[in-house]
Design a protein around this ligand. Structure first.
Ligand SMILES: [Zn+2]
Length: 68
């Protein structure tokens, strides 16, 4: 089962349903692409859309692993 990479909440089994709910497949931490998925709540709390239109961490890369 897929779980949120940040809070470990279970993702919907159907990928289409997950995307409809606002889950994203991956995100960037600095220049590094990180594996997802990430749930909609964590997107709101920890991620933003960067200049390139990609999801990226709001925190600087050095701090971005501290999700709680
Ligand atoms: Zn989450």
């Amino acid at each position: 089962m897929m779980t949120c990479a940040l809070c470990h909440r279970p993702a919907p089994a159907e990928i289409d349903a997950a995307i409809d709910d606002g889950w994203i497949p991956s995100y960037y931490c600095g220049r590094q692409q990180m594996p997802g998925p990430v749930c909609p709540d964590c997107c709101k709390k920890h991620l933003r859309i960067g200049k390139d239109g990609e999801w990226e961490t709001i925190a600087p890369p050095a701090d971005a692993h501290r999700w709680n």
